[in-house]
Design a protein around this ligand. Structure first.
Ligand SMILES: Cc1ncc(COP(=O)(O)O)c(C=O)c1O
Length: 288
């Protein structure tokens, strides 16, 4: 099953008065996240280019979602999958990866530690790494997928004023920006980021020493830093007010979008990366 064609829905109760807020619900992808799109493009580009041959092992460094997307594709196409992931990843994500048949290696040092270890394995000849941080297929998935769907499904007469994406590898931000600007030339591009001292799963800061080569930050018009507490609070509100149990990075994106709309008015799309199920054991969810 090919990823994509996820719903674009309005969040009327989350929008500040007089503004319009829409969300693209990316957990409606085959393994439940936006990263199914990048995994699909990177794998099929590698097969097309002869970089992955039948039965060849795949290696990836991931905080979870890309690995889950790749593990599904590897399993159904007969490739062993080795995943290096940060040793603080939630139990749910490890269990899901194992359910898709992946071989896990837990690495200290967060996402950057996982990247370093996966590169070592590739150098030792252990298999092919898609390397989402530098693979053009990652943003292409959004330029030729996500962005086109946003334009197709947008229901208002005037284009949206802005699109809000989390900054992790920069794949979504870069690809969505390139794609939507072909039609909505003046749209603002909002990068939603963690603070380096307050990590949020899947996200990054422009202050991090490692900036993924695949990210074109010159496309960004606005930068928003969100605390994990603000993100979790917005998750709780979204569950309560709209009935969507969103993931933590999605909470950060919606928080930033709400703050911006409150100050500036207008309309916005928030690209929400995943749902909250995978974070149950790792976040202090509030029932209120
Ligand atoms: C939950 C979550 N949010 C946000 C992102 C960031 O997306 P991107 O890598 O396209 O920047 C990721 C990436 O892995 C993610 O898993």
């Amino acid at each position: 099953m090919k990823p994509g064609n996820t719903p674009l829905v309005e969040l009327p109760t989350m929008a500040p008065a007089g503004t319009r807020l829409y969300a693209k619900l990316e957990w409606h992808n085959p393994t439940g996240s936006i990263k199914d799109r990048a995994a699909w493009f990177m794998f099929h580009n590698a097969v097309r280019d002869g970089l992955v041959t039948p039965g060849m092992p795949l290696i990836e460094a991931t905080s979870g979602n890309t690995g889950i997307g790749l593990a599904r594709i590897a399993q159904v196409n007969g490739h062993p999958m080795r995943i290096c992931l940060p040793d603080d990843s939630t139990a749910e994500r490890m269990q899901i990866l194992e359910a898709y048949g992946a071989d896990l290696e837990l690495v200290p040092g967060g996402p950057n530690g996982a990247i370093a270890r996966a590169k070592e394995l590739v150098e030792e000849g252990e298999g092919y790494m898609c390397y989402q941080y530098g693979n053009p297929g990652n943003p292409e998935a959004h330029e030729f997928g996500t962005a086109l769907e946003l334009i197709r499904d947008w229901e208002l007469d005037a284009p949206p004023d802005g699109v809000f994406c989390a900054y992790g590898t920069g794949g979504t931000l870069t690809g969505v920006s390139r794609g939507v600007r072909k039609t909505w030339t003046d749209i603002n591009i909002h990068s939603v980021e963690e603070f380096t001292t307050d990590p949020i799963s899947g996200m990054r800061s422009q202050d991090d020493p490692f900036q993924p080569p695949v990210a074109d930050l010159s496309l960004v018009t606005h930068r928003h830093e969100v605390t994990k507490a603000e993100a979790i609070d917005t998750v709780s509100r979204t569950v309560k007010e709209e009935g969507h149990f969103i993931g933590t990075s999605a909470g950060a994106i919606l928080h930033a979008a709400q703050q911006h709309l409150e100050a500036e008015g207008g309309s916005a799309i928030a690209v929400l990366c995943d749902a909250g199920w995978k974070y149950l054991s790792g976040a202090p969810w509030k029932a209120t």
